[in-house]
Each structure stands twice: as C-alpha cells, then as structure tokens.
Design a protein around this ligand. Structure first.
Ligand SMILES: Nc1ncnc2c1ncn2[C@@H]1O[C@H](COP(=O)(O)OP(=O)(O)OP(=O)(O)O)[C@@H](O)[C@H]1O
Length: 295
C-alpha cells in the first residue's frame, strides 16, 4: 500500500497542553478514513498540521512525500473542509464555486451544479445570510466537486438535516467509487458514517488509541446475550468491554472471540451479535481513560 501521509512522533503543544502527543501513523492511498475522537481530542489540530495550517512542535509530517508547510505542490492536491470556513464579505455561493477552479485542478463545475440542486442551495443569497445548514452545504459541495487527491472533511455536517447528511454520504460514496481518492472524515456521528469508513483512526487526548481497518475493528468484539448464568459460564476470564443486565439476563461485550468460541457460545444457547463501531469506540475510549487513572 502506498502512503499518502506519513507521520512520525508528531507533537503539537499549546503551552502546557499537548493537543497532539507523539503520534505516529500513515494514511494509505484511495481509502476513506474516519478520524474519530471526543471533543478536544485533537482531531482539528491534527488536520491543521497535515494541511500545513499549523506548525508542529516536534516530529515529522510527510504528505505526498514532502512537508506540507508552505508547499504549493502539496497544498494544491489537498482540500480541507471545515465548519469555521470564512468567506469574503458580500460573497454569494456562486462566487465560491466560480473561484474554486483556481484552487482545485480537478474541479468539476457540472458536478458542483448537480450538488447545488441536491442540497437546494440558493446561489444568489449573500453567504452571511445563509442558514447554518446551507453554509455547511457550500463546504460539502466544494469538498466533493474539488476531487482533490487528499480531502479532509472536519465535521462537515453541522446544521445539515438528516436528509442532507444522507445525501452527502451517498454522493461521497458514489463519487469516490468513480474517482478514487483519499478522504479523511472527522465526525461524531460514527454510526451514520460507519459503512463509509474503510479505516479508523481514533484519537484521545492527543494520542492515537486505535489505528485499524474498519472491518477488522468490527470483528474485535461481539455481544453475547443470554441468561446471566450461561453468559458468566461462557465469559469466564475473557476480556469484557461492557456488561449490562436486567433480571436474570445479561448482555456482555467480549473481545477477541475465535470462530470456535462463537460456535461454543451458540451451542450453549447464547445469542451473538456484532457491536456497532460507535459502541466499540466508546468502550475502547472509556477503557483507556480508566487505565490512565488506574481504575
Ligand atoms: N489555538 C489553540 N490554542 C490553545 N489551545 C488550543 C488551540 N487549538 C486547540 N487547542 C486545544 O487543543 C485541544 C485539541 O483541540 P482540537 O480542536 O484539535 O480538538 P477536536 O478533537 O477537533 O475537538 P472537537 O471534536 O470538539 O472539535 C483542545 O484541548 C483545545 O482546547
């Protein structure tokens, strides 16, 4: 797998706070990555470093084989869509799309036009008068129609209603299939995007705590449901990520079951079900927290 991004021992400090704390990872070509984590975990900081908008305190970043900082060759292959995007006073959406080809070599104006219809975006209203969702739609359209080889979406959906968010996911997947590129999507709506993601990076307090293929990650845990007695007998000394119970019934999320283990569970009358990516990440994140406070 060729890498689009290589990061080594990367740290970004704001005073005493390590917003990104000694992280090392790589990002492969033509895949959709989820960059996930709690509020303040370091996602925006990491994306700002990768797009040359922030300077690292320490460590190395290579994007398309070079440092992204003040590097026009690298930056012209990147689009970074974020909620806090500012536009010139008096700009209308049509002005944004008209100027986009100056920044993005692969800009597709016809596709942008179709997306404008999909998102019902008014083109001739001043941007500062648009609703929050309409503002988000501008970013999403730019991110899609730019077809940049490396596209960052930093929580691009704020204000988008459920229909518009689904439109975004559908268009992203369709267009990605026709024009493969590397997409890094930061979001808190993990369940909504779970089917889109091929690889998951979870950052927690500046550190990468999960860097895994999405399917492999899904396979790392299984929910086992049955009578408390049968569940306890099966679980034994296995690693338990979560336990819930009501009356004589228990539901336990267990890590690392082999096919043989699963067959044994079914033979013991237990029900097995997959754990959602969101549940898995919540559990892993809270486990890391407990380990760090020594609980
Ligand atoms: N310019 C800055 N100066 C000082 N601290 C900062 C600055 N930017 C970010 N931070 C801090 O760094 C940490 C990481 O922030 P960051 O915005 O990267 O988190 P995030 O994962 O994107 O969060 P959210 O999901 O809430 O958007 C936070 O504790 C934040 O307060």
């Amino acid at each position: 797998m060729s890498s689009v991004i290589e990061v080594q021992s990367l740290t970004k400090r704001y005073g005493d706070l390590a917003a990104v704390d000694d992280v090392t990872f790589s990002v492969g070509e033509n895949k959709i990555y989820g960059l996930l984590g709690r509020n303040g975990a370091g996602k925006t900081t990491l994306m700002s470093l990768l797009t040359g908008q922030e300077f690292a305190t320490d460590g190395r970043i290579s994007v398309f084989g070079e440092s992204p900082v003040e590097n026009a060759d690298v930056l012209q292959r990147i689009s970074f869509i974020k909620e806090s995007q500012r536009y010139p006073e008096d700009f209308q959406a049509r002005h944004v799309f008209r100027s986009a080809p100056w920044f993005f070599a692969n800009w597709d104006p016809d596709y942008a036009e179709r997306l404008v219809d999909d998102f019902r975006l008014p083109l001739r209203t001043r941007i500062k008068k648009l609703s929050r969702g309409q503002l988000s739609a501008i970013g999403v359209i730019v991110g899609l129609a730019a077809r940049a080889p490396l596209t960052f979406f930093d929580e691009p959906y704020l204000g988008l209603d459920a229909v518009a968010r689904q439109t975004f996911y559908d268009r992203l997947l369709e267009d990605y299939a026709e024009h493969p590129r590397t997409v890094i999507l930061s979001t808190h709506l993990i369940d909504e995007v779970a089917n889109l993601l091929e690889h998951v990076l979870v950052i927690d307090r500046g550190r990468i705590i999960i860097d895994q293929d999405a399917d492999a990650l899904r396979g790392t845990a299984t929910a086992v449901v049955g009578t408390s007695k049968a569940v306890d007998a099966f679980v034994g000394s296995r690693e338990v990520l979560q336990r819930d119970g009501i009356g004589g019934l228990a539901s336990v999320t267990v890590a690392g079951l082999t096919d043989q283990d699963k067959a044994a569970a079914v033979a013991a009358g237990l029900e097995l079900s997959p754990v959602s990516l969101q549940q898995l990440i919540i559990r892993r994140t809270s486990m890391t927290e407990k380990e760090e406070v020594g609980a």
